[in-house]
Design a protein around this ligand. Structure first.
Ligand code: DNO
Length: 394
């Protein structure tokens, strides 16, 4: 039976987790990006080839690009957006020529993924990433002092946020600030408060409906080129899957995905199916989404979240948490047999644990936690395949 192509994210030559580590974790592929190229600039064939050569010299394949970032001008359709779209198209051609065929991107304005606590200690002493809405609101109201923030929250939310802010000492405030504004791994930008306030201001008039129209227009321009270049686009959902700091969010729910796929029906318009992002919302039935959208899933991020309330979640162990990962993997195994081709997967994040607790690692991207996650996913898939095979021969 055809199984998932096992990969890990690698942040390039400065990543403390080496290509050799990734290979020893049992991966055949790597997910990476040219993080040194500024957002919006063309990825030249030469730079792509150089990075690809490095990966192949370690006995691995560059399976997926994560991310080819979309310039803010494209999301807002302002400034140089037409030039940035042309640059994006050129990068897609170059990637296709080098046989790198799956391109992950997101359409989250300004900030990529957001968490408020990177060291949440779970019962076994390992550390997980956590999102606490009241901390984000406290940051918004009392640290950033965004002018429209006061009107955006309920009285109860404001009370909880101010209690949360009062409990925080200076070091905690500084940590929260860095966590939100300095960007998590893979986010391509970091901000000072005045920069982010100015950037947020520019989204005041961009409603979710308008941002959706901008995404669809971008895909109208991109997908014909992707088809010609032999690459597919895989959009990453909003993380967390709801509005933060008043920003529009448009890839959060099953309805969003259905709309996106039917608005631009090209087969090059596909999904990076991130179970952790979608799973942070109780109204997303992630297993059913995996089944419904299976044919357009080109890349899998497998991760689990535990919702503690509608305002809090943390990243649980891969086979724990609220999402039925076994159900998702079952649908993906079926889809791969139908397609006759593997789907790349990466264990998305892992706990900081064992020896890694003493090391400086990228939050969410330490080696051992991801190794554990991948091993569990691999075992889960092996069990599912075994059962499917034995029931078909019985
Ligand atoms: C976080 C990642 C995201 C993702 C981008 C894709 O761990 O899943 O940063 O790479 O949103 O464009």
């Amino acid at each position: 039976m055809i199984g998932m192509e096992q990969t890990m994210r690698w942040f390039g030559p400065n990543d403390p987790v080496s290509l050799r580590d990734i290979r020893q974790a049992g991966c055949s592929g790597v997910v990476t990006a040219l993080h040194h190229i500024p957002v919006g600039a063309v990825w030249t064939a030469e730079e792509i080839r150089k990075r690809k050569g490095m990966i192949e010299a370690a006995g691995l394949t560059w399976s997926v690009v994560e991310s080819l970032p979309v310039h803010e001008d494209i999301k807002k359709r302002t400034g140089q957006f037409r030039q940035y779209i042309r640059n994006y198209q050129t990068s897609l051609y170059h990637l296709g020529q080098e046989d790198i065929r799956i391109i992950t991107y997101n359409f989250m304005p300004i900030l990529d993924w957001v968490r408020t606590n990177l060291e949440y200690e779970v019962a076994d002493g390992s550390k997980a990433l956590r999102f606490e809405l009241e901390a984000l609101i406290a940051f918004d109201l009392f640290m950033l002092k965004r002018p429209l923030a006061k009107n955006a929250y309920t009285e109860q939310q404001i009370t909880l946020a101010s209690e949360c802010f009062k409990r925080m000492g200076e070091p905690q405030k500084k940590k929260l600030y860095d966590t939100i504004l300095q960007g998590l791994p893979g986010s391509e930008e970091s901000f000072t408060p005045s920069q982010i306030l100015a950037a947020l201001q520019e989204y005041h008039t961009i409603t979710p409906a308008r941002l959706k129209a901008h995404l669809f227009a971008f895909l109208e321009d991109i997908t014909p080129v992707a088809e010609e270049a032999g690459v597919v686009m895989a959009i990453h959902p909003d993380d967390p899957p709801f509005s933060v700091l008043g920003l529009p969010r448009i890839v959060s729910t099953e309805t969003d995905v259905a709309e996106l796929l039917s608005a631009v029906p090209s087969p090059a318009n596909g999904l990076c199916f991130c179970t952790g992002s979608y799973g942070a919302r109780p109204d997303n039935d992630v297993k059913n989404m995996a089944s419904r959208f299976a044919v357009r899933i080109y890349f899998l991020h497998l991760r689990n979240t535990k919702r503690e309330s509608s305002e809090h979640f943390f990243e649980a162990d891969h086979l724990d948490g609220d999402t039925d990962l076994a159900g998702v993997v079952l649908h993906m195994v079926r889809e791969m047999q139908r397609r006759g081709a593997p789907i790349p997967v990466r264990p998305d994040h892992g706990h900081q644990m064992l020896d890694d607790l003493h090391k400086k690692t990228y939050p969410g991207y330490s080696a051992i936690g991801r190794l554990r996650g991948l091993a569990e996913i691999r075992g889960l898939q092996a069990g599912i395949m075994y059962l499917l095979q034995s029931s078909s021969t019985a």
